[in-house]
Design a protein. Structure first.
Length: 95
């Protein structure tokens, strides 16, 4: 059904792990462009999907993804930026 209607799709948003850099974006875009020929394709890292799902527009928030790979992102209401922990001093704990 999707393939039969592929030319009717105007926008395709894809959020995936590792898609914050150009190489995976280009590979994924190539696949989508072969299928969706009349489409604007937006590819971003999965953090954007988490922010869009968990935050209201224009509302500042901190969003975390916990899994095999975990990250934390600050959303200022319009743009996202990774949270840097380099300025934090954390106590060491014994094993």
């Amino acid at each position: 059904m999707l393939y039969q209607n592929r030319e009717k799709v105007d926008y395709l948003y894809f959020y995936g792990a590792g898609c914050g850099v150009e190489s995976p974006q280009l590979r994924i875009r190539k696949v989508f462009e072969e299928i969706f020929t009349n489409c604007n394709i937006i590819i971003k890292e999965d953090t954007y999907a988490a922010v869009y799902a968990a935050s209201r527009p224009n509302e500042k928030s901190i969003v975390c993804i916990l899994g095999t790979g975990s990250n934390c992102t600050y959303y200022d209401g319009s743009e996202i930026e990774p949270v840097s922990y380099t300025h934090l001093t954390l106590p060491t704990t014994p094993y």
